[in-house]
Structures are given as structure tokens and as C-alpha cells.
Design a protein around this ligand. Structure first.
Ligand code: AMP
Length: 355
């Protein structure tokens, strides 16, 4: 059981033969609705203002019903209405971000996954505590700028959407950035990026088994980031600095990937460690999560972030990936979430996957 929250108590009044899968219309919603429909669920799209017209263009992903609110915070006051509709909420990056992790935790509607994870992933300090205590290699942190002895990324606290990151190569350059906000300094890891999409099920007891439940790898992507990914076409970063052009890391899309097969052992090992540690720290991470990694030329992984829910990098895989195809056909992360809810409901174990 992941929690005894007010939200879970509301399940007692649910018509469990008619559960409705719902999320905020954004981010991975097309995939979530499409996956839920494939598993036979009704779907409800929470929209801020009128629903975007593009849902009309995708009948296999358009929710059966839209629920319109004026602003994100209003969702907090709609718990009764949503629960009357037998809604199970699926968190995604934009849903948690726009509502705020603290508000999201308070939302009294049964929600897929363990909401206690939010406090651990929304703080860079706690995230590092979790990953490092699990035995995961992270980029080195520099406590004082004077210690900078290699290329680093200066990350401003609260930097959103990849803005507010600076690459500096030494202390002299750092002084020119002249930061006025709080920041952290992280070693710049040179290598290739892999965003690993896992799924942990506490109730599936076959496959890659953990101390409880099992771990799956559903897909891998790389983010497309503007302007860093394309700025080389205009000249070197040093040249461009003279024109006041600096790299930004704003995500605009996602590219599907596979990884060298020999690295899969380590991929699973890292996922396993992160899940096992989460049991001790906050009762377990449940469902989809992503380790954002860089592999260097010694084939070593460094993890610079964990996202504890479905990530937008799963969007290229609506009809499966080279990894999920080895689990079952036509399997997106959105569909896997729906399958987990279906399975837990049949087993009468919803309280183990919802909070
Ligand atoms: P984040 O907001 O932490 O997901 O980082 C945004 C982007 O910055 C990543 O997708 C990477 O391209 C880059 N990045 C972040 N941390 C590092 C690091 N330690 N070394 C190299 N690149 C990084």
C-alpha cells in the first residue's frame, strides 16, 4: 500500500467497473488517452479553457469527454466532481509543474503512482540524496565556484525549460556569468545522452524481478534541445559568445533511440537500484520513471536527473518501441499505465498502485 491518503479513501465509493482515466490535456495526454482507450477505459481530458482543436485531428486519442476549468488551481476545488466520475488521474510533467508539486500532492483524487515521490524529485538536493545513496553515479557537484577545474554547467534554481543554464570552462568564465540567483554547479559530462524510460510494477511478479514486483524498460529517447543541438552550424560556442549568443537547452521534441545491447545490463542495474532505494526512502516509486543519462567514451553512465512519472520522451512510441515490442505488441507507456490499472483492479490491489 503506497499511502492512506484521503484520495485513496474515496476509492471506496467508486464504481470500479467503470473507472475513467484522466489527465491534463498537454504533454503526453494523446498517448495516455490512446493507451487507455486500447485497454477499454473511458477517458476524460481536463482542459484549461477550451480544448485545443488538434484533438479533433486524432480520433484515437481524443478523450471521450472534456472537463473544462479556467485555471490550473481550480482543479484543486473539483475533487468531488472528478471522484463522482470515477476518475483516476495520471500525472505527467506539465500537470505537476503547472499545478505545483505541493498542490498536486494535496489533490484529493486517486492518482496513479506514489505522490510521495514528488518531494524527492522536485528538490535537487533530495534527488541527489536518493540517487547517490542508491549507488548511482552522478555528475560531480562543485560547492564553491573557486573549485571549478573543468567544464561545468551552472544551473540556476528554478530554471525552467532548459533556460538559465550556463556552460563555463573555468573560474574566470564563471565570474563573467556573475550569477545573482541561487545556483548549483555541476561537472559538464561529455558524452551521448540517453533518456531511459522504465516502468516499475509492484504487482507483476514475472520478468526482471526485484525484491518485490518487476522492472521493465519500455523505450529510450534523446531530447531535441534548442539552440544547443544546432548552434554548431553557426560557429563555435566561443565565436558565438562574442555575438552575445549563448546555448540554451529548451526542449522542442524527442528522437527515438536504442542503446548498445551490452549496456542494457547496466541500464537495468541502475533502474533496479533506484527502485529498491525508493522503498526505504518513501515507500516506492510506482509506474513509469526516467533516468536522464550521459554515457562517456569509457562507456560509463552518469545520471543527471530522475523524472518520476511518464516523460514526453515516450511520445514517439505510441505503437511500441524496439524494447516494448519484446514485452508485447503495440505497447506505449500510456497503454502500460492503463494495463497496470486494469490488472490491479482485477486483483483488488488498486491501493498498491494509486495514492
Ligand atoms: P535538465 O534540465 O537537468 O534536464 O538538463 C537540461 C539539459 O542540459 C540536458 O538535457 C542536457 O542536454 C544538459 N545537461 C544537464 N546536465 C548536464 C551535465 N551535467 N553535463 C552535460 N549536459 C548536461
Amino acid at each position: 500500500m503506497v499511502g492512506d491518503s484521503e484520495a485513496l479513501k474515496r476509492l471506496e465509493n467508486y464504481d470500479r467497473d467503470n473507472l475513467v482515466i484522466s489527465t491534463l490535456c498537454s504533454h503526453t495526454s494523446l498517448q495516455i488517452f490512446n493507451g487507455a482507450k486500447k485497454e477499454g477505459f473511458r477517458t476524460l481530458g481536463i482542459s484549461i479553457g477550451s480544448p485545443p482543436k488538434f484533438y479533433e485531428a486524432f480520433p484515437n486519442a481524443k478523450p471521450d469527454e472534456f472537463y473544462v476549468v479556467d485555471e490550473h488551481e481550480h482543479i484543486l476545488t473539483k475533487a468531488d466532481e472528478l471522484c463522482k466520475k470515477n476518475v483516476i488521474l495520471i500525472p505527467h510533467g506539465s500537470f505537476v509543474e503547472y499545478l505545483g508539486p505541493e498542490n498536486f500532492e494535496k489533490l484529493e483524487v486517486p492518482t496513479f503512482g506514489n505522490r510521495k515521490v514528488l518531494g524527492w524529485e522536485s528538490s535537487r538536493i533530495k534527488e541527489r540524496e536518493w540517487l547517490e545513496s542508491a549507488g548511482i553515479e552522478m555528475p560531480r557537484l562543485f560547492n564553491e565556484p573557486e573549485q571549478i577545474d573543468r567544464p561545468v554547467v551552472v544551473k540556476f534554481d528554478g530554471a525552467k525549460g532548459g533556460r538559465g543554464f550556463f556552460i563555463v570552462k573555468n573560474f574566470e568564465e564563471f565570474k563573467r556569468v556573475n550569477p545573482t540567483q541561487t545556483y548549483s554547479i555541476q561537472e559538464y559530462v561529455l558524452g551521448t545522452r540517453y533518456y531511459l524510460h522504465y516502468f516499475y510494477s509492484p504487482i507483476r511478479e514475472e520478468g526482471y524481478k526485484l525484491s518485490k514486483g518487476s522492472l521493465e524498460l519500455l523505450s529510450i529517447d534523446r531530447r531535441d534541445e534548442t539552440n544547443i543541438d544546432e548552434m554548431y552550424k553557426l560557429g563555435s560556442q566561443e565565436e558565438l559568445k562574442k555575438l552575445n549568443i549563448y546555448p540554451s537547452f529548451v526542449v522542442t521534441g524527442n528522437v527515438p533511440l536504442t542503446i548498445r545491447e551490452s549496456l542494457l545490463e547496466e541500464v537495468f542495474d541502475m533502474g533496479e537500484k533506484v527502485v529498491e532505494k525508493s522503498f526505504d526512502l518513501f515507500g516506492g516509486i510506482i509506474g513509469p520513471f526516467c533516468l536522464e543519462t550521459i554515457v562517456n567514451d569509457k562507456l560509463e553512465f552518469k545520471v543527471f536527473e530522475v523524472s518520476a512519472r511518464i516523460v514526453a520522451g515516450t511520445n514517439p512510441f505510441i505503437s511500441g518501441s524496439p524494447y516494448s515490442d519484446l514485452l508485447g505488441p503495440d505497447l506505449s507507456t500510456g497503454r502500460r499505465i492503463a494495463q497496470e490499472i486494469l490488472m490491479a483492479n482485477e486483483m483488488d490491489r488498486l491501493d498498491e498502485i494509486l495514492s
